[in-house]
Design a protein around this ligand. Structure first.
Ligand SMILES: Nc1ncnc2c1ncn2[C@@H]1O[C@H](COP(=O)(O)OP(=O)(O)OP(=O)(O)O)[C@@H](O)[C@H]1O
Ligand SMILES: [Mg+2]
Length: 312
């Protein structure tokens, strides 16, 4: 459904997006994660034909967004990160107005507004003025607006930012419904755990470069290989146990770093390709009273911090 081909955007001498390549299959919910300034909005604006790339291009359902913007726009629904809503329009009128802009006939328009309001769970706000809606409700209305022309690809730039937990849960349900309707969705956020819960696949972007792209499971697997090891010491070993363990670990070339050393618990990072069993054997041979030895579970927040360097 979406193929991004060497997409690059420079603002003067600053490179905001650096040769991004990415493919997203039909009916995927794909998360786009990265810290502030990573290039998410830049990418999304290019896909929505609102910004021209410096180099490269992208294809939505086979249509080149740079060369054939008008055709691409028919296939893309875009919800920006910041949007305005018109005053003095009720929710239903608001959607009707945009449907007219898309040249949708009167009969179809009448049903569409109600159907979309139902989809985004705003039916009870049908005759309320748009400016009276809360922020989260406005976001849902804007999502409904992006669906008016029945696009195949939805590009949602931080649709859940500022939403309370219940509104976020509702947004997740709406996204699932969209996938069931056959849509492909690209959704950005800073919150990796949240996206990983609802998406089939993820791309992590940092400083305009792709850091990771693949399934949520593949990301967890990749990160687990690098996860630190936790060594727990038996309390019966007394206070000297920690000292003995640290002395031993410092002598082992495969131990890259001792991340944490407190009574009865150590966390260490091993050099790539080294064998954890060898570390355990050395500790035991030296009489260190190890009572537990395992990889520290990596939570996704930690993964995000690790893969996006220092400014995440
Ligand atoms: N019009 C512009 N002129 C100059 N630099 C820009 C412009 N738009 C964006 N940038 C720069 O490009 C980089 C990427 O910005 P972008 O808005 O794509 O990031 P983002 O990943 O969406 O960040 P956020 O999470 O804060 O929304 C940033 O360093 C930003 O300052
Ligand atoms: Mg942004």
């Amino acid at each position: 459904m979406l193929k991004i081909d060497h997409l690059t955007k420079r603002y003067g001498r600053f490179t905001a997006l650096d040769g991004l390549n990415l493919e997203i299959a039909d009916r995927q919910l794909h998360g786009f994660v990265g810290p502030n300034g990573a290039g998410k909005t830049t990418t999304m604006r290019i896909l929505a034909t609102l910004l021209s790339p410096t180099e490269g291009t992208a294809f939505v359902d086979g249509v080149n967004v740079v060369k054939n913007g008008a055709e691409a726009r028919k296939r893309v629904g875009y919800m920006p990160d910041f949007f305005g809503v018109y005053d003095n329009l009720k929710c239903r009128e608001y959607l009707d107005f945009y449907a007219r802009c898309c040249r949708i006939g009167a009969k179809e328009r009448a049903q569409m507004a109600d159907r979309l309001l139902d989809l985004v769970q705003l039916s009870d706000k049908r005759d309320d003025y748009v400016e009276s809606l809360s922020r989260g409700m406005k976001q849902r209305l804007c999502l409904a607006r992006s669906l008016i022309h029945d696009p195949k690809l939805l590009i949602l730039d931080e649709p859940a930012s500022g939403m309370d937990p219940r509104a976020r849960a509702e947004m997740k349900n709406i996204l699932k419904t969209l996938r069931e309707m056959g849509k492909t969705v690209l959704i950005s956020s800073h919150i990796l755990p949240e996206l990983s819960e609802m998406c089939d696949s993820l791309t992590i972007l940092d400083h305009g470069c792709l850091v990771f792209s693949g399934s949520v499971e593949a990301l967890a697997e990749k990160m687990n290989g690098n996860a630190p090891l936790e060594v727990r010491l038996s309390e019966t070993g007394g206070e000297n146990a920690l000292e003995a363990a640290v002395t031993c670990l410092k002598e082992l070339p495969d131990v890259k770093e001792i991340l944490q050393a407190e009574p009865f618990l150590l966390q260490i990072r091993l050099a790539e390709g080294s064998e954890p069993a060898e570390i355990l054997r050395n500790l035991v041979v030296r009489g260190v009273p190890v009572c537990d030895f395992h990889r520290a579970p990596m939570n996704l927040e930690k993964v995000f911090m690790e893969v996006t360097q220092d400014d995440a």
